[in-house]
Design a binder for this molecule. Structure first.
Ligand SMILES: Cc1cc2nc3c(=O)[nH]c(=O)nc-3n(C[C@H](O)[C@H](O)[C@H](O)COP(=O)(O)OP(=O)(O)OC[C@H]3O[C@@H](n4cnc5c(N)ncnc54)[C@H](O)[C@@H]3O)c2cc1C
Ligand code: SF4
Length: 484
C-alpha cells in the first residue's frame, strides 16, 4: 500500500516552498498554506468514492467537458481496484492527474454531483482523479506511448499547451509523424509557465511531456512560428497543420502613470516565478523586478490569473497584498474557492474599486482608485460597474500587477498569413463541424478558438480535432492514390 505522506512531505513538491521557503510572509508557516489538494490515503480515496450514490443520472460526467466515466472509476476506487480505475479515467483524458489538480470542479463535475444538491457536500471527484493517476505513475501502470502502424504522413502542431499536446498524443497513436513547435524552451504552454507550482507541480507536467517525447513526438522548443518559419513553410512540410497557440495579448488599462516602473504584466510576473521554480537563471527576478518579497503588492483584476498573482505574491513574502476588482465578490469571474484560499492566506480584496491613476515618477508608489457601484445590466446581463462620485482613495504600492485577461494575438500578421480568417475578437474562425480554418488542411483548437478558457476544454478540443484531422488525412491520401 502506498504510504500517505504528511502535509510537509507534500510541500516538498511545491516549487516556491522548495526553492525559497524563507521568502514566505513572516506570519505564515509552510503548513499554513493550502497547497496542492492533500494526497489521499487509499482509505480516504475509497471512502470518498463510496459516497458516490451511482445515481444513474451522471450529471457529473455530463458537466465534465471530457465526459469522464466518473461514477465507474469511483466505484472501482471504492472497491480497491485502482489500476482499473486509472485505466478507465485514462480512456477519456490525456492528463487526468492535471485536471484533478486544477479544474474548477465547483463549476464542473463536483458542482453537479447529486450529493451536493442534497446538501451533503460533493464527492471530491478531482482529488480522487488525481489520486488514482498519481498512484498509477508511482506503481508504473502508466504505459509508454505506443505509436500506431506508421503512416507516411506528417502533422505539424503549433503550440505545446494542453490542446496541442493532446492532439499530438492521439495523432501519434494513430501512426502519424508528429512535430510540435513551441516558442518557449519547455513544452506545456500555460501548464508550465502560467499556472503556479503550488497548484500544479512542474514535475507532473514534465513527466507527461517526456512520455510524449519518448513515444516519438518531435517537440521543437524555442521555435516561434512567424519568426523561425512562416505558416506557409510549415504547410509545405506537413500534410496537415494544427494551430493551438493559446491567447497571449494582455488586455490593457488606460490611466495616467500606467507605464511607470513597477507596473507589470501578470504573465511576466508568473513566468518569472515559474522559471525560478525550475531553477532557471532569472535576472529580472533576482534584481527584484518580478519578486514581491517585502513589497506592498496591488493586483488589478478578479479572474483566476489575478488569484494566481496574489497567491504567488504571498508565497514570495510580500509585505501586503491587495486585489482591486471593480465588481463585487458575487460577480467576479474567478473561482470562489480561489478567493477563499487567498483570503485565508492574507490577501485583502478591495471589492467595487477601479484604479484611475498610478502615482510615482521614478517608480510606482501608490494606486489611486475610485469606489464603484453596480448599475444596470449590460448586454451580457451582468450589472455594469459605475463610478461613485467623490470616492477617491489611495492604496500604497511598490509593485502593481495588471491581470485583466488575455485576447488573441494578431496571428494572420504574426504568421505572415493575411488570408487566415479571424473573428472580431481575433480568435481563429473555424468551421465548427470540421474544426478547420479557412485554409485547407489547417485546423485550430484550444484557447485560440474559444478565447481564454480552461485546460480541460483544451484537452477536449485536442481530442476532438484529432478525429477531424485523421479523416482529412485519410481523404487526402485516398485522393493522392487516385491521382497517381
Ligand atoms: C495564469 C493562468 C492560470 C490559469 N489557471 C487555470 C486553472 O487553474 N485551471 C484551468 O483549467 N485553466 C487555467 N488557466 C487557463 C488554461 O491554462 C488555458 O485555458 C489552457 O492552457 C489553454 O490551452 P491551449 O493549449 O489552448 O493554449 P496554451 O496553454 O496557452 O498553449 C499555447 C502554446 O502555444 C505556444 N505558442 C504561441 N504562439 C506561438 C508561436 N507563434 N509559435 C510557436 N508556439 C507558439 C505558446 O508558447 C504555448 O506554449 C489559466 C490561465 C492562466 C493565464
Ligand atoms: S476532468 Fe475536470 S471536470 Fe472532468 S472529472 Fe476531472 S476534475 Fe472533474
Amino acid at each position: 500500500m502506498a504510504k500517505s505522506p504528511d502535509k510537509l512531505d507534500m510541500l516538498k513538491f511545491v516549487d516556491l516552498g522548495q526553492n525559497y521557503p524563507e521568502k514566505r510572509a513572516p506570519s505564515l508557516r509552510a503548513e499554513d498554506f493550502q497547497e496542492i489538494a492533500d494526497k489521499y490515503a487509499p482509505d480516504k480515496a475509497a471512502e470518498q468514492s463510496a459516497r458516490c450514490s451511482q445515481c444513474g443520472v451522471p450529471y457529473c460526467s455530463v458537466h465534465c467537458p471530457l465526459h469522464n466515466h466518473i461514477p465507474d472509476w469511483l466505484r472501482l476506487t471504492a472497491e480497491g481496484r485502482l489500476r482499473e480505475a486509472y485505466e478507465m479515467s485514462n480512456l477519456t483524458s490525456t492528463m487526468p492527474e492535471i485536471c484533478g489538480r486544477i479544474c474548477p470542479q465547483d463549476r464542473l463535475c463536483e458542482g453537479n454531483c447529486v450529493i451536493e444538491f442534497s446538501g451533503h457536500g460533493a464527492v471530491t471527484i478531482g482529488a480522487v482523479e488525481k489520486y488514482i493517476t498519481d498512484t498509477a505513475w508511482e506503481e508504473g501502470w502508466v504505459e509508454p506511448l505506443q505509436p500506431g502502424r506508421p503512416k507516411d504522413q506528417s502533422v505539424g502542431i503549433i503550440g505545446a499547451g494542453p490542446a496541442g499536446l493532446t492532439a499530438a498524443e492521439y495523432l501519434r497513436v494513430a501512426g502519424y509523424e508528429v512535430h510540435v513547435y513551441d516558442r518557449h524552451d519547455r513544452a506545456g504552454g500555460l501548464l508550465t509557465y502560467g499556472i503556479p507550482g503550488f497548484k500544479l507541480e512542474k514535475h507532473v507536467i514534465m513527466r507527461r511531456v517526456q512520455r510524449l517525447k519518448d513515444g516519438g513526438i518531435q517537440i521543437h522548443e524555442n521555435f516561434e512560428v512567424g519568426k523561425d518559419a512562416t505558416l506557409e513553410e510549415l504547410r509545405g512540410k506537413h500534410d496537415a497543420i494544427l494551430i493551438a497557440t493559446g491567447v497571449y495579448k494582455a488586455r490593457e488599462i488606460q490611466m495616467p502613470g500606467v507605464g511607470a516602473p513597477g507596473v507589470e504584466e501578470a504573465l511576466d510576473f508568473l513566468i518569472a516565478s515559474n522559471r525560478k521554480s525550475f531553477g532557471d537563471d532569472v535576472p529580472n527576478f533576482d534584481n527584484g523586478r518580478f519578486n514581491a518579497q517585502g513589497k506592498n503588492v496591488v493586483v488589478i483584476g478578479g479572474g483566476d490569473t489575478a488569484m494566481d498573482c496574489v497567491r504567488t505574491s504571498i508565497r514570495q513574502g510580500a509585505k501586503s497584498v491587495k486585489c482591486l476588482y471593480r465588481r463585487d465578490r458575487a460577480n467576479m469571474p474567478g473561482s470562489q474557492n480561489e478567493v477563499r484560499n487567498a483570503e485565508e492566506e492574507g490577501v485583502e480584496f478591495v471589492w467595487l474599486s477601479a484604479p484611475r491613476a498610478i502615482e510615482g515618477t521614478d517608480h510606482v508608489t501608490a494606486v489611486r482608485a475610485n469606489r464603484m457601484r453596480l448599475g444596470a445590466p449590460d448586454a451580457s446581463g451582468r450589472r455594469s460597474p459605475e463610478v461613485e462620485p467623490d470616492s477617491d482613495f489611495t492604496v500604497n504600492a511598490d509593485l502593481v500587477i495588471k491581470a485583466l485577461g488575455f485576447d488573441a494575438e494578431d496571428l494572420p500578421g504574426l504568421f505572415d498569413s493575411p488570408d487566415l480568417a479571424v473573428t472580431r475578437w481575433g480568435t481563429l474562425r473555424v468551421d465548427h463541424k470540421s474544426m478547420m480554418t479557412n485554409l485547407d488542411g489547417v485546423f485550430a483548437a484550444g484557447d485560440i478558438v474559444r478565447g481564454a478558457s480552461l485546460v480541460v476544454w483544451g484537452i477536449r478540443d485536442g481530442r476532438d480535432v484529432t478525429e477531424h484531422m485523421h479523416r482529412f488525412l485519410r481523404a487526402k491520401k485516398a485522393m493522392e492514390r487516385v491521382a497517381a
